[in-house]
Design a protein around this ligand. Structure first.
Ligand code: HPA
Length: 255
């Protein structure tokens, strides 16, 4: 069994001893880092590629998640840059994702296209309850401030949203907006893996105040990324990880 970290915008690797592994899947080949921590390994995957060369709507999510499965990964923490459409959550802060609303339009969203029968994945707990709880506990111990739990709205991108769209997302119950967490979280569930994600708030969403500035996005990620990945590593290496108290490995229903 292995654990993995998926790095979003600005999080492209970890400063530790590592080797590159290429994993071939039916959806394409994926390059990951196998990062060494004593006698253990954590898989690191840069969602947009190491040089941020893949835009959100073209990420090969199925290849990425299948590659992690091939590497026997069961537990995943991910980061993602997000804008805030909730006055309570400010740029520069981090939030733990607790649910999502899907506004993507044209991505392959499942591994189950009918060949194995009709399969539905439960989204009662899209983000693993155990991994979320462990993250809260450890963040508190380490003094890492987490602004709260957030509902993530996933847009198709690559464009940013209009002010009218943001008003709608906010009224529907969204707190933060990003372009990549769906279908990643869904595919993890389809593969029976525990998955949790942290949003790094890089900007106010369109119409919430100021325009999105690239420098701001990168500064917010820079100031959070090392603390965050260190915390993920600490949990993944030292916590008692088990799938007994969550439904992540039993979320599929076959009709
Ligand atoms: N919208 C969508 N995705 C994002 C944003 C945003 O405002 N900021 C960072 N990723």
């Amino acid at each position: 069994m292995r654990a993995a970290i998926i790095g979003g915008t600005g999080v492209y690797g970890m400063q530790v001893d590592s080797r590159v592994e290429r994993v071939s899947t039916p959806f394409g080949t994926v390059e990951v880092d196998l990062c060494r921590f004593g006698d253990k390994e954590i898989v690191f995957l840069a969602r947009h590629g190491r040089k941020h060369s893949t835009p959100p709507h073209l990420i090969n999510f199925r290849a990425n998640m299948r590659a992690l499965k091939e590497l026997d990964v069961k537990y995943i923490y991910a980061t993602g840059a997000v804008g805030s459409c909730n006055e309570r959550f400010n740029p520069g802060e981090i939030v733990l994702l607790k649910d999502f609303i899907d506004f993507t339009k044209q991505r392959p969203v499942t591994f189950y296209d009918g060949k194995e029968g009709v399969i539905h994945a439960s989204m009662a707990d899209p983000y693993c309850k155990n991994l979320r709880e462990l993250f809260w506990q450890e963040a508190q111990k380490e003094g890492l401030k987490v602004a709260g739990e957030a509902v993530y709205v996933c847009t198709e991108g690559p464009r940013f949203e209009t002010a009218a769209e943001i008003k709608m997302y906010s009224r529907l119950g969204g707190d933060v907006v990003g372009m990549t967490n769906v279908p990643e979280v869904v595919l993890a569930k389809e593969l029976g893996m525990c998955y949790a994600a942290v949003g790094i708030i890089t900007n106010w969403c369109t119409g919430m105040g100021r325009e999105v500035e690239l420098e701001e996005i990168m500064a917010a990620v820079e100031s959070n990324k090392t603390n965050l990945t260190n915390l993920f590593v600490k949990i993944l290496l030292h916590a008692e990880l088990a799938q007994n108290n969550c439904q992540c490995s039993k979320a599929l229903m076959k009709l």
